[in-house]
Design a protein around this ligand. Structure first.
Ligand code: ARG
Ligand code: ZN
Length: 849
């Protein structure tokens, strides 16, 4: 059955459900195409509700039997659920439904992946399992009995019995249905153990398919570190006897925090040195932490409704970022996060898909698991912490857990604990949750005889549905450097609350150089255009690691923009400054590697557009190539030193130290390959004994137009490994020149290993196409057409993944009218596809505007 005409749901319309649920008993009789789900649910009237309509969500269910208090009834059934007459007193609801996990390709609800049963219920997948009030504010304990002829049968909570072909689980903590999970299959456990701070023994297991046993050790250690960290830093202890993680190959997102039974995309948990890169390891550590941290921020305290998604996601992303900073390097993590936010969240927030951190309406909630809700949501919490201070933040969090444990909450509840702890009025701060768009902060300086005045102004461009913007509370961290490079004023956080405000420093001996927005203290666009001499000065002297990096970044951006618009040659300040940083052995290799990064081509396109210039993707690509080549020549003499300095002669460890060395070594290899035509990379490829080095060398070769034999060898070596094959697909598309990108992507869609129904494989190929800016935007529109063909094909199979990928077109209004027209044709073609999913319909119509 297809979705009915889309309806829009509004935050302002929230009302509580008419009934409370006291307990849920579920029995699953597993069969690939006819799984029976028997439910027995105790309801009672909700004293806080006025509307007593007994409506249960249910989609794609075959209802076999329904009864209230043992009396069989015939409810009124539609495509969205059922309505029945219910008593105005406690009652027992019973239902038997049949579902078809074997044909569930949308990967939502109960589905199958390589013969294994698994579930994904967030946000609204439980309604595809049985009839239920599928909303996060309805919480209950669950007892689950699984009957199935499979060796491993798992659900939430603690095991309460098992035998031949069955298992029973009891989850004593009331939870919303979106946290329900079930897994059944031939799985192998990688076991572990953790003793909580109050002495409770917890059995840990990482469940994987046979053959993946060798990829579990790192994930297990990451889990233990996360459990310890949450006790140490937030005082949060685990609350069940077991904690299970399962790796699944077919999964729409990264992972899911189901109570006591986290389910992970195998790419987000399985790792070994031979098959995973340093970046994979770091991401896995962060995702394991993220899902584990949800046990408190998300599960014990959940969301009242899906508009409050950032309540759990923003906070949990913020917590996992703190964890990564503690485990690895704090400045490096901060820089990574800023790069990411600018690459993914800023385009979203400044285009047709812009929405507040707490959206006010949606058609399909799955379309709002966005970088704005997650990453900007985390930035908002970072600002709050900066404004109130670390101590008050800790107190507020204690109060949050104490006051709201077991509840389904709102952003109002969250802000109230900060107001109660600090006495601060957070009504203006709250605009960060309701106002969309990225604020722009501009700077004016005045120097007058020992007194230095910084005038900061803020403005936010209109976004869809929000014409007029009001001033927000922006914490701007500022420090001042004297002419000799010494810090003459330590970092101070200014609260910019008005449209324009001045901040004065007195008693200075000479005009200082300001370092503004230190540590990226707010998710804003800083419209400060210092001279290149000043940028070079900050690159050499800034004591704030973030802004020192930022100085290099803006020098790079400035020179690239001038190369594009004025045919300028690469800027000497940039090249000399970069060389000095690279030479400085006292600097962390990871940090030096970051210094070698450039703004993405898509960011450069935005920067041009902001200056009123229509971006030409090929001109951008050529400027980046030219600058890279010039950099390689400029730092040529340093390269041998960088290679020897970054050699690791200890057994492979994916820790910050070794990863940093490999990152810098890899960046140096990329430069060397521009000078030696790939000679050193070819040697490196042969010697590589881990995936990081192997993949780096192969990328360098492909970039140099070489590596055909290595690519074929790589295929033979890794054909059996799905995660490595994703890399094989991605690499070819992203490393080929822009004139070949679309052609390569098209050729690869015909490869026998292109299992397009697997989201990881689809994203590896199509995501790399979209990520290759000049290639995707090939002037004849072939890239747009190829993507649209595949989105149309995938939509009936997997609407969620299709809809997410539509965001490739969100920046379309930046380009020339020919490209805009080519994109409009494709968007219209997608939107005119018969029976298009609600997910994709909503995305395309928002993008078209
Ligand atoms: N709550 C999960 C996480 O952040 C994400 C699951 C979202 N899934 C979805 N289909 N929308 O870790
Ligand atoms: Zn999350």
């Amino acid at each position: 059955m297809r979705d009915a005409a889309p309806t829009t749901i509004y935050l302002k319309d929230y009302t509580p459900f008419g009934y409370l649920v006291d307990s849920v008993h579920l029995t699953f009789d597993l069969a690939p195409n006819a799984t029976r789900v028997t439910s027995r649910i105790k309801f009672r009237p909700n004293p806080d509700a006025t509307d007593r309509t007994f409506f249960l969500h249910g989609e794609q269910l075959n209802l076999i039997r329904a009864a209230i208090d043992g009396v069989v009834i015939t409810p009124d059934v539609t495509a969205e659920g059922l309505t029945a007459a219910a008593p105005d007193a406690p009652f027992v609801w019973e239902a038997v439904v049949e579902i078809d996990p074997g044909n569930n390709t949308a990967l939502e609800g109960l589905y199958m992946s390589n013969g294994m049963y698994c579930t994904q219920c967030e946000a609204e997948g439980f309604r595809k399992i049985t009839y239920y009030p599928d909303r996060p504010d309805v919480m209950s304990t669950f007892t689950v009995r699984i009957n199935g002829d499979l060796p491993v049968l798992l659900s939430n909570g603690n095991p309460s019995g098992q035998g031949d072909g069955w298992a029973e689980w009891i989850d004593p903590w009331p939870k919303p249905a979106y946290l329900f999970a079930l897994v059944a299959g031939e799985l192998i456990a990688h076991p572990g153990q953790f003793t909580t701070k109050s002495g409770r023994d917890v059995e840990l297991n990482l469940w994987v398919r046979p053959g993946d046993e060798g990829k579990c050790a790192f994930g297990m250690e990451a889990l233990k570190k996360s459990m310890k960290w949450d006790e140490d830093v937030y005082g949060r202890e685990y609350d069940l006897d077991v904690f299970n993680i399962v790796a699944v190959d077919d999964f729409n997102m990264g992972a899911m925090e189901n109570k006591g039974l986290n389910i992970f995309n195998s790419s987000a948990v399985l790792a070994s040195p031979e098959t995973s890169t340093d970046m994979n390891f770091e991401r896995i550590e962060a995702i394991i932490a993220h899902e584990y941290f949800h046990n408190w921020t998300g599960n014990r305290i959940t969301c009242r409704d899906w508009f409050q998604l950032c309540l759990k996601e923003g906070l949990t992303v913020f917590r996992d970022a703190q964890f990564t900073s503690d485990m690895r390097s704090a400045p490096v993590k901060r820089i990574h996060d800023a790069i990411d936010l600018r690459a993914r969240q800023f385009p979203e927030d400044n285009g047709p898909l812009s929405h507040p951190v707490r959206p006010e309406s949606f058609q399909e909630i799955n379309n709002f698991y966005t970088s704005t809700v997650y990453e900007k949501g985390a930035e908002v919490i970072g600002m709050l912490k900066r404004l109130v201070g670390d101590e008050a933040y800790a107190k507020a969090l204690d109060l949050y857990f104490e006051r709201h444990d077991g509840q389904a909450c709102t952003i109002e509840d969250w802000l109230k604990v900060f107001e109660d702890t600090t006495g601060r009025d957070l009504s203006q701060f709250k605009r960060w949750y309701s106002q969309s768009g990225t604020p722009r902060v501009s700077v004016a300086e005045k120097w007058n005889d020992g007194t230095y005045t910084l005038t900061l102004s803020q403005r936010t461009e209109p976004t869809p549905g929000q014409e007029d913007k009001r001033s927000q509370v922006i914490p701007v961290a500022v420090g001042l450097l004297g002419p000799n490079g010494d810090e003459v004023r330590a970092t101070e956080v200014f609260e910019l609350t008005e449209a324009e405000q001045s901040f004065t420093f007195t008693g200075l001996a000479a005009k200082p150089v300001p370092s503004i927005l230190r540590d990226f203290s707010a998710p804003v666009i800083l419209e400060h255009e210092p001279t290149n001499a000043e940028r070079a000065f900050l690159l050499a002297h800034d004591t704030d690691a973030f802004n020192r990096w930022q100085a290099g970044r803006s020098l790079a951006e400035d020179t690239l923009l001038r190369m594009i618009t004025d045919e300028a040659t690469p800027d000497a300040d940039y090249l000399d400054g970069l060389q000095a940083v690279l030479r400085d052995k006292a600097l962390d290799p990871a940090y030096r590697a970051l210094m070698l990064g450039l703004p993405t081509q898509s960011e450069l396109a935005t920067a041009l557009h902001d200056k009123g210039i229509t971006p030409d993707p090929m001109a951008i690509w050529r400027a980046v190539e030219t600058l890279r080549q010039a950099t390689a020549q400029h730092v040529q003499d340093l390269l041998p030193r960088l290679h020897s300095e970054t050699l690791v002669d200890a057994p492979y460890q994916p820790d910050a130290e070794q990863s940093g060395k490999r990152a810098l070594g890899g960046a140096a290899l990329a430069l060397t390959s521009r000078l030696d035509g790939g000679l050193m990379a070819a040697e490196g490829y042969t010697r590589a004994d881990n995936m990081t080095l192997q993949l780096t060398a192969l990328s360098c070769l492909l970039r140099a137009g070489k590596g055909e034999a290595e690519l074929a060898g790589f295929y033979d070596q890794w054909q059996h490994d799905r995660l490595v094959m994703d890399k094989w697909f991605a690499l070819q598309v992203s490393m080929t020149g822009p004139d070949k990108t679309v052609e390569t992507a098209h050729r690869l869609t015909e490869h026998t290993d292109f299992n397009w129904k697997n989201p990881n494989r689809f994203r590896a190929l199509m995501g790399s196409l979209v990520g290759s800016h000049a290639g995707f935007h090939q002037a004849d529109g072939a890239g747009y057409a190829l993507l649209a063909d595949w989105l149309i094909r995938l939509d009936p199979v997997n609407p969620q993944t299709t809809a997410r990928m539509c965001s490739a077109f969100q920046t379309w209004k930046r380009y020339d009218s020919d490209r805009q027209e080519l994109i409009r044709v494709q968007l219209t073609r997608i939107s005119n596809t018969p029976d298009l999913s609600r997910d994709t319909t909503e995305m395309v119509s928002r993008i078209l505007g």
